[in-house]
Design a binder for this molecule. Structure first.
Ligand SMILES: [Zn+2]
Ligand SMILES: [Zn+2]
Length: 329
């Protein structure tokens, strides 16, 4: 049992086999549905960590997580409200230091070793928060008003950027070929060098020159990339990977059907789309479409408990099952 209460209902949060879960006010009930996994990304919480996370709604950065592809990463974790379901859930937060920026807090780099000279203004660059920043890009005692904007994430598209790589970027304008970037759009990993894009005044990608079966085309691609670096650059300071992980989790089976929905589609964890598909399987199997108008679903007892009414339009289904899907953290 954790001493901090459920963020959703103030109930008692207890540890079960795989999760920390709300057990309601008396600690013996079903609870409100709030729970989070004990082992996000292959790393098991210490009890005191779970306690801190619950109390502060945030912990970290913690090290020792492993991605699905098997590489290690560090991240903060936060308990946030799921925009879709309104439920609290656990989320990796790779941070973009917005809070720090807004607070205008004076940063003290005393005792820190600079990784090199800022490519924009020449001032020393340091590791700071979840970024590498130019010492003139943050408020310091010597310089309360920042006048540079150089900032680059320590994790970019899930690829950790080691200090040595940042040193290399600052010294030569380019990192080694890094192979653990994960595209937000395609979810595929890709290899790239981080490069300093002078024209755009930002850190961008330079893609590996791939050996191809189609040399002509490959050459063209490379030329296009080299010629128009700006199109492939990203503003790394804002390229928080915050969205990447939750988005990928959306596609995974990250919702648990509640009791009413489980009676219809089973209790296996599902992705949203999968839940809808299973619901349709049930509707079809039980012949619950109005014969006069196939777009109208005529609920049986089990389905009525989910839809909350006797008849529902097919386009309402997604919205109606939403409240019956409990985020799996
Ligand atoms: Zn609760
Ligand atoms: Zn600078």
């Amino acid at each position: 049992t954790l001493t901090s209460p459920c963020p959703q209902c103030d109930g008692v949060v207890k540890e079960n086999y795989r999760r920390y879960a709300c057990t309601g006010a008396n600690g013996e009930g079903e609870g409100c549905g709030f729970s989070f996994t004990k082992s996000p990304a292959g790393r098991t919480f210490e009890t005191h960590e779970a306690e801190t996370l619950l109390r502060e709604r945030r912990i970290g950065p913690l090290e020792g997580f492993r991605s699905k592809a098997g590489w290690p990463f560090a991240s903060e974790l936060a308990i946030v409200t799921d925009k879709e379901t309104g439920q609290f859930k656990l989320e990796f937060d790779f941070g973009d230091d917005k809070a720090g920026e807004a607070s205008g807090e004076i940063v003290d780099f005393t005792g820190q070793t600079s990784l090199g000279a800022c490519p924009a203004c020449g001032a020393p660059v340091f590791a700071h928060g979840s970024n590498y920043v130019c010492s003139k890009a943050v408020p310091t005692a010597a310089q309360p008003a920042p006048n540079c904007s150089f900032k680059s994430g320590q994790v970019i598209l899930q690829q950790p950027i080691a200090p040595e790589q940042m040193q290399k970027l600052l010294a030569t304008g380019k990192t080694d070929l890094l192979d653990k970037f994960v595209s937000n759009r395609t979810r595929r990993t890709f290899k790239a060098h981080l490069v300093w894009d002078k024209a755009g005044s930002k850190v961008g990608f330079e893609f590996e020159q791939r050996e191809s079966k189609y040399p002509a085309r490959a050459a063209k691609t490379v030329a296009a990339t080299a010629g128009k670096t700006s199109t492939s650059t990203v503003k790394t300071s804002k390229t928080s990977t915050k969205k990447a992980v939750p988005a990928r989790k959306t596609a995974a089976a990250n919702y648990r059907p509640d009791a009413a929905l489980a009676a219809v589609i089973g209790s296996d964890a599902v992705a949203r789309t999968e839940a809808l598909k299973k619901l349709w399987d049930y509707i079809k199997a039980h012949n619950l479409q109005d014969p006069q108008d196939k777009r109208t679903i005529v609920a049986d007892d089990k389905l009525r408990a989910v839809l909350g009414k006797d008849r529902a339009g097919m386009f309402e289904l997604t919205g109606l099952i939403g409240p019956h899907l409990v985020a799996n953290a």
